[in-house]
Design a protein around this ligand. Structure first.
Ligand SMILES: [Zn+2]
Length: 55
């Protein structure tokens, strides 16, 4: 069994206020996926666009 999947812990950062609201992990096979998600920002109390932030 080959251990091929490479996973990395990332943050989901709010594009509006820059707060890192969520932590998740993604598979990084060929570079970072450009992922943007609509998530609830508890600091602004609304849904905003969050983007992946690698460490
Ligand atoms: Zn925010």
């Amino acid at each position: 069994m080959a251990k091929k999947s490479k996973r990395e812990n990332v943050w989901l950062e709010c594009k509006d206020c820059g707060q890192r609201n969520y932590r998740t992990n993604i598979s990084v096979v060929d570079g970072t996926p450009k992922l943007e998600l609509k998530k609830y920002c508890k600091f602004e109390r609304k849904h905003t666009t969050h983007k992946l932030k690698r460490k």
